[in-house]
Write a protein that binds this ligand. Sequence first.
Ligand code: ADP
Ligand code: MG
Length: 226
Amino acid sequence: MVLELRNAKKTFGEGNTLVEALKETNFLVERGELVAVIGPSGSGKSTFLTVAGGLQSPSEGQVMINGKELSQLNEKQRSKIRLQEIGFILQASNLVPFLTVDQQLELLNKVKKNNMSPVEKKQLYEDLGITKLHKKYPSDLSGGERQRVAIAKALFSNSSIILADEPTASLDSDRAFEVMELLQHETKSKQTATIVVTHDTRLMKYFDKVYKMTDGVLELDTTIYE
Ligand code: ADP
Ligand code: MG
């Protein structure tokens, strides 16, 4: 067991402005599993992912990461878990504006151990087609390039959990397939637990399980196995 939500719920506002962004949810992802969450805009996918990764607390219920219940920890301990155990690929890319591509990854070497070796990093850059971009700043990159650098940053840290919000949204089909192959390879070879939020139905063949989000309700989608 790597990541589990128990009766987790997230609401915003109150009274007649109350939004139940994530209705009561039970969810489990194990090592070596690559899981998709699909659903329309506004259905609660990003809320689910950020609650699962401890970026926001559930209004009710629990989130367990590698056996630790997040609400039992203080913010410092939670941020340590996020740093050590979770690789985020978020929609608003989490690149530092004043650092080059290389410096973004170098920063991780300063704050945590067990990142990829220089040889693995070189291969990662090649797999993502960003080798030539290593001295550039985020503002010099296209949307698709920034997205691939964000993916590099998340995978470089060798986290046990990868949480990706629309990681292929700015990529053309070939690149999107390459990125999914890379995520699949990392998930299987390193036995990570990977959750990918996506709209993109072309990618379904890569996933072990597909969940559908509808108005804050997360359900396993069994139709893809028919
Ligand atoms: P998705 O990622 O599927 O597009 P979100 O999780 O971003 O959906 O949003 C789900 C619902 O929760 C939407 O109605 C959205 O407006 C609402 N919501 C999300 N975050 C907040 C917030 N911080 N404050 C108020 N409402 C929010
Ligand atoms: Mg979203």
